[in-house]
Design a protein around this ligand. Structure first.
Ligand SMILES: [Zn+2]
Length: 486
């Protein structure tokens, strides 16, 4: 069995007319103008496949062509079929199985006993002693179909996490080139071709060699990492076992096929290097407080009681500030978060519409920062007046606010597109989303009799994020000088 990824039907797509099917790499690229998008259910697969197809496009056609040719291509929406002739010439690079060279696999591991479960390739399929929630799979009993194995291999450069212990004595499990999986921000168009064109925009890049051409590619220790090397560098050494009879149900996609159950799955040691420079086309970079460049990442929504509420505004502010002007919207954001470095927690995605001029984006970033601050100080705002100078916010107020914020923030987040393009009124409307819940907190914290209790009730019910007053007009909080611990 060879399973060549150029022609085997493994990439799920949806066409512009709504038809769903699986296609090979050749069809995906040659008919990209008639394909709406990649139609895998997990956003991790969609973003990994898109980046892979982008790498193939760069490999076949090089840097984006001049304006004239670009317009010709944009005219009928299709990439000319002859652009991808190189694929057939180098067909052997895309064999997933078989005796010779294999796609994204390291021939040095060919003779090794495939003793690991192939389920390592797909994050959401449990392996080892990981806890099961809705279903469980057994290592080396359940397995994956070749299409899911290919998908798992494609995920490796994009979403590999690091683990403390190495898989063999000399190596450890390292991150991919982007270290802890960052947020991937991708501009999207009306078809797969349009989406690819939006990412295929930087000219004059050094392209280098992709992993499928030179398996076992090494990252340079110093200097700039060429684009194709960076997009396809594998942080693991894999060699798949052979598919086994009889046909059984794939643990990831549920199709009945001959399954691969075992593989060699080894780390590559640390991928860190001081002098290496890699700018990923889909990562938004910001700067840390000490001036270092860092990529924007998803947080752990279970990390703190209010972590789930805080996250979206922080992320959006980072994207709006870090992305720079001239990026087409809508943009599609895919995040992947882990706990304890290598435990898969969740994959999230959202689409940001609305178009912003650079000035609008700047205003919006300021608003988002203000929104975060207001949200974070909400519990303090509902403190009784006589206690407002105390350093600690009473626990019952903190937990009351923490309990409602994720729900309210999720509603505000759903209207992000309006907020990005919006004016003060839109932000006020967002703030008023807090009113019903603050009313409920008010009735639970303060009884409905005595003037004083009623005043307090009103004070709590009226506390919502203040998005209208200018920041400097806000009365400063008294500094907590008194009774400070020395
Ligand atoms: Zn499958």
């Amino acid at each position: 069995m060879v399973y060549n990824l150029l022609t085997e039907k493994w990439i799920p797509i949806i066409r512009l007319d709504g038809r769903w099917e699986r296609v090979g790499i050749c069809t995906a690229l040659r008919e990209a103008g008639r394909i709406r998008q990649i139609a895998a259910s997990n956003p991790m697969d969609r973003v990994a496949l898109l980046r892979f197809l982008l790498a193939v496009l760069y490999w076949c056609r090089g840097n984006p062509p001049g304006q004239e040719e670009k317009e010709r291509v944009a005219g009928d929406g299709q990439f000319p079929a002859e652009w991808f002739d190189k694929l057939e010439e180098r067909r052997e690079c895309f064999n997933l199985l078989g005796e010779g060279k294999r796609f994204y696999q390291n021939e040095a591991y060919k003779q090794k006993e495939p003793q690991h479960t192939v389920n390592y390739l797909i994050h959401e399929v449990p392996s080892g002693t990981n806890k099961w929630h809705f279903r469980h799979t057994m290592d080396r009993v359940d397995g994956l179909c070749p299409a899911c194995c290919a998908m798992g291999l494609i995920r490796l450069p994009v979403f590999a996490t690091s683990g403390g212990r190495g898989m063999s004595s000399s190596t450890g499990k390292s991150f991919g080139i982007n270290a802890k999986p960052p947020l991937y921000v991708v501009p999207v168009g009306k078809s797969l071709a349009a989406t690819l064109r939006l990412s295929w925009r930087t000219t004059g890049l050094e392209l280098g060699t992709p992993e499928w051409e030179a398996p076992g590619n090494k990252l340079p220790q110093k200097g700039e990492v060429p684009l194709l090397t960076g997009l396809t560098w594998l942080p693991r050494s894999v060699w798949l076992g052979d598919p086994e009879e009889p046909e059984s149900v794939c643990a990831s996609c549920g199709r009945k096929e001959q399954l691969i159950r075992r593989c060699v799955f080894d780390g590559k040691g640390t991928s860190k290097a001081e002098g290496r420079l890699w700018r990923d086309p889909h990562v938004v970079y910001g700067t840390t407080s000490d001036g270092k460049s860092m990529s924007l990442q998803t947080g752990d929504a279970l990390g703190r009681t209010d972590a789930a509420a805080n996250h979206w505004a922080k992320t959006m502010a980072g994207i709006v500030k870090g992305q720079g002007s001239g990026v087409e919207r809508p943009i599609w954001v895919v995040g992947f978060s882990t706990v304890q470095n290598d435990k898969y927690l969740e994959a999230t995605e959202w689409l940001v519409s609305g178009s912003g001029s650079p000035q609008q984006d700047q205003d919006c970033a300021a608003k988002l920062e203000r929104w975060q601050k207001e949200g974070a100080t909400l519990a303090r705002q509902i403190c009784p007046k006589e206690k407002s100078s105390s350093r600690e916010t009473p626990l019952e107020l903190r937990s009351a606010v923490d309990a409602i914020r994720p729900e309210v923030e999720a509603r505000v987040f759903a209207a992000t597109g309006d907020l990005l393009a919006g004016n003060d009124r839109v932000w006020e409307r967002a703030a008023s989303e807090y009113r019903p819940m603050m009313g409920t907190i008010a009735t639970s914290l303060s009884p409905g009799f005595t003037t004083r209790a009623l005043q307090r009730r009103n004070q709590i019910a009226d506390s919502v994020p203040n998005m209208t007053a200018r920041p400097e007009a806000k009365p400063r909080k008294p500094k907590a000088k008194k009774g400070g611990d020395q």
